[in-house]
Design a protein around this ligand. Structure first.
Ligand code: FAD
Length: 345
């Protein structure tokens, strides 16, 4: 029996097969890497193994060759390096041209970028110019039996998890928020190949000029996303002043105070402390959820914490489904009791 060959499908398969390799964009500011890049290399390694291809880093900047070696230490086997003064500061036009030049020359199958301000801007621009799809804010990535990247992310306000595929275009592009993927172990001294490339773009061609950099980071700003211990409060806290009780517990643990969106919307905590889909994704050693019901939009931001301790007076609260330890009771009694016990130790 002769099998019928669909010429369109065959042409598409041939076109897609030209693309090989998993790439991770290494984000940096003045040579300082964003940790999410290494987290993505950890995930990228897994995807590259499943596809049986190479894992490469894209390093663009001015005097950034050291980042290629850092990328090797985090699992990359190759680094495409574009190193020139014109790339000192991130400017969409210049970085877009550089990434598109690499994509057109080397044709990667998958490109991952951090869902940071920079990554979101660049990934969208690259996908548009090279004519492919992009899934933003993925929480899961895997390869199916047809070499498609299965990109999972919350959809419809976080009420469902959607798995998205880009089966007719390459490269397949995804952004992932910091702390969603685990940090791979650093392999000191791991080697790899550096491929030096140049991209013809002159300073005069770039419309945006950087005159001065003014950091918006306040001196006392708390980094919820990077904390090892987080004590988070929700609507169950009842009032702004009750967060002082959480701060005392956080101080005992050497941690920080986080909040649910309800607590932020009520004006009890600043937005930078919000954990969840529209806040920060966190992955601390211990996450203590106090008076937080556990809506899916909150869970997607904290469910990968090593240990979750939930304190809620409602025994059926969904937060208990992701909790390692659950305490059913009144938080106004339980939190001071824990803090006092820790002080005694
Ligand atoms: P509630 O759901 O009101 O829960 C309060 C809990 O406190 C209850 O379980 C109650 O039993 C308990 N409680 C009350 N008093 C006590 C007491 N004395 N002792 C012990 N327990 C007590 N939410 C986020 O958190 N982060 C997000 O990023 C986020 N993004 C969203 C994005 C979209 C598109 C949408 C639609 C929603 C989003 N939400 C987000 C909101 C989310 O759906 C919930 O409304 C919110 O998380 C609920 O906050 P909460 O748990 O503090 O309040």
């Amino acid at each position: 029996v002769e099998e019928e060959i669909d010429p369109e499908a065959a042409a598409l398969a041939k076109k897609l097969a030209e693309y090989k390799g998993v790439w991770v964009f290494v984000e940096q500011t003045e040579g300082e890497p964003a940790k999410v890049s290494w987290e993505l290399l950890g995930k990228g390694k897994e995807l590259a193994r499943a596809l049986d291809v190479e894992l490469a880093a894209i390093v663009i900047g001015d005097n950034v060759e050291h980042l290629c070696r850092e990328a090797f230490a985090h699992g990359a086997e190759k680094a495409y390096l574009i190193d020139a003064p014109v790339f000192r500061y991130y400017r969409t036009q210049a970085y877009l041209k550089a990434v598109c030049h690499l994509v057109e020359t080397y044709k990667p199958e998958v490109i991952l970028m951090g869902a940071t301000g920079l990554g979101r801007d660049l990934a969208g621009a690259v996908a548009t110019v090279v004519g492919t799809g992009l899934t933003a804010d993925c929480t899961g990535l895997a390869i199916d039996d047809k070499r498609n990247l299965m990109q999972t992310r919350p959809a419809f306000g976080g009420n469902i998890m959607a798995t998205i595929m880009c089966d007719k275009f390459r490269p397949q592009m995804a952004t992932v928020r910091p702390h969603v993927m685990p940090m791979p172990e650093r392999q000191e001294g791991a080697g790899g190949e550096i491929v030096r490339e140049s991209c013809p773009i002159a300073e005069e061609d770039i419309l945006v000029k950087v005159l001065e950099i003014i950091s918006d980071r306040k001196k006392d700003q708390v980094d919820v996303a990077g904390a090892d211990f987080i004590v988070s409060g929700g609507r169950g806290l009842m009032a702004k002043e009750n967060f002082a009780m959480l701060q005392e517990l956080a101080d005992e643990l050497g941690g920080v105070v986080g909040a649910s969106r309800s607590a932020v919307d009520a004006g009890w905590m600043p937005q930078e402390r919000q954990v969840g889909q529209t806040g920060k994704t966190v992955r601390p050693k211990i996450y203590i959820a106090c008076g937080i019901s556990g809506a899916i939009q909150h869970l997607v931001g904290m469910q990968d914490s090593d240990i979750v301790i939930a304190i809620n007076r409602d025994k059926d609260a969904p937060i208990f489904e992701v909790a390692t330890y659950g305490i059913v009771g009144d938080l106004f009694k339980i939190i001071p009791a824990i803090t006092n016990r820790l002080r005694e130790l």
